[in-house]
Design a protein around this ligand. Structure first.
Ligand code: HEC
Ligand code: HEC
Ligand code: HEC
Ligand code: HEC
Length: 243
């Protein structure tokens, strides 16, 4: 009897997880399934295909990446050309690394959102969401693509005003699905990638599964931690910055 209940519970929990995963991206700004250019616009199951492919994937850009990728040459990174703060310590990479290139494949604005598979390119990001301004220019954006922990400390080339990556992040409230007991809620575990680098997905969740769920009013920018409900503002920023 007990065992049967356990089994039922597991099955229910399993299907809930699947539902949450789908509900996360469906209805969010990255849900393109109903666009006329999609091969099968009536079918929500096609939601992943704009970015991922199970076979013949591009191994250099993102996991099972199926979208046309932006090249890694010719980038201007933060502090290369803008007006950096006098105390900035990180050394800019020559180009975005990790999955940031995947984001910028659409968010530079120069490659079409629907540049994948056999779909003809027709839709481009033309507004402020073109983060690198159609010209591989990241000088106006928060630094990305560097190892976080290597600049934590008081030594030369280190910044004493950022927290150790083992420190926990500031959680806004218990409504955020990523903030569950048992998950690694350190800066390293929640905000940095496997290599310990800071990338676009340190602050955003393209699938909005972790941290604050997508809500067009409270969390329009898909940030992993927002300051609504119980939290005070800027929790995302203050998770890393001792300010
Ligand atoms: C708009 C583009 C886009 C869409 C649509 C998209 N993804 Fe992703 N996905 C990414 C990017 C970029 C990454 C790498 C960065 C990251 O992990 O957030 C990624 C990473 C992943 C990963 C590996 C990282 C992890 O979280 O374990 C999985 C698994 C994944 N996606 C599954 C899916 C599934 C399933 C769907 C459809 C429900 C989907 N993705 C839809 C862009 C997308
Ligand atoms: C397949 C193309 C594509 C990829 C890949 C992609 N995005 Fe997007 N994203 C879009 C489009 C299109 C929008 C809607 C833009 C608009 O508001 O005009 C959007 C919206 C967003 C928004 C909300 C913008 C707003 O108005 O607040 C954020 C934040 C975002 N993307 C971040 C990311 C990040 C981070 C990644 C990588 C992990 C990523 N995106 C990968 C196409 C993409
Ligand atoms: C340090 C945290 C952080 C990083 C790293 C970061 N973002 Fe953001 N991003 C934010 C925040 C916070 C906002 C909301 C800004 C606001 O409310 O004005 C935002 C806004 C956006 C928007 C909506 C802007 C608009 O004008 O419509 C997009 C799109 C976006 N980010 C994409 C990206 C991409 C792509 C990358 C990597 C190249 C990236 N972000 C890296 C924190 C970050
Ligand atoms: C994942 C950790 C992390 C998050 C989240 C984060 N930052 Fe940062 N930020 C850093 C690191 C690391 C640096 C580089 C510090 C250095 O080089 O000395 C940095 C650099 C900066 C700089 C310094 C630029 C300069 O020229 O001196 C500012 C300003 C800044 N961040 C603001 C913000 C704001 C605002 C937010 C929230 C929207 C935010 N950060 C979120 C880690 C983070």
């Amino acid at each position: 009897m007990k065992n049967t209940h356990l089994l039922t519970l597991t099955v229910v929990a399993g299907s809930l997880l699947t539902l949450t995963a789908r509900a996360g991206i469906l209805g969010s700004p990255h849900d393109f399934h109903s666009r006329a250019w999609n091969n099968d616009p009536a079918n929500p199951a096609t939601v992943c295909a704009v970015c991922h492919t199970p076979h013949h994937a591009d191994p250099n850009t993102g996991p099972l990446w199926g979208h046309t990728a932006i090249s890694a040459s010719g980038w201007q990174m933060y502090a290369n050309g803008a007006s950096p703060g006098a105390n900035i310590k990180y050394t800019p990479a020559s180009a975005p690394t990790g999955s940031s290139l995947a984001c910028l494949s659409c968010h530079d604005g120069s490659i079409a959102v629907n540049a994948y598979g056999s779909v003809a390119s027709s839709e481009y990001i033309t507004n402020g969401a073109a983060i690198s301004e159609n010209s591989k220019n990241l000088t106006h954006s928060h630094p990305i693509s560097f190892n976080y922990q290597s600049i934590v400390g008081t030594g030369p080339g280190q910044d004493k005003w950022i927290y150790d990556s083992a420190n926990p992040v500031l959680a806004p409230d218990a409504n955020s699905p990523g903030f569950t007991p048992g998950n690694d809620m350190s800066i390293r575990g929640f905000l940095l990638n496997q290599q310990g680098n800071l990338e676009c997905n340190s602050c955003h969740d393209v699938h909005n599964q972790e941290g604050s769920p997508y809500n067009i009013v409270n969390n329009p920018h898909l940030v992993k931690i927002n300051g609504t409900a119980g939290g005070v503002g800027s929790l995302l920023c203050r998770s890393c910055h001792n300010k």
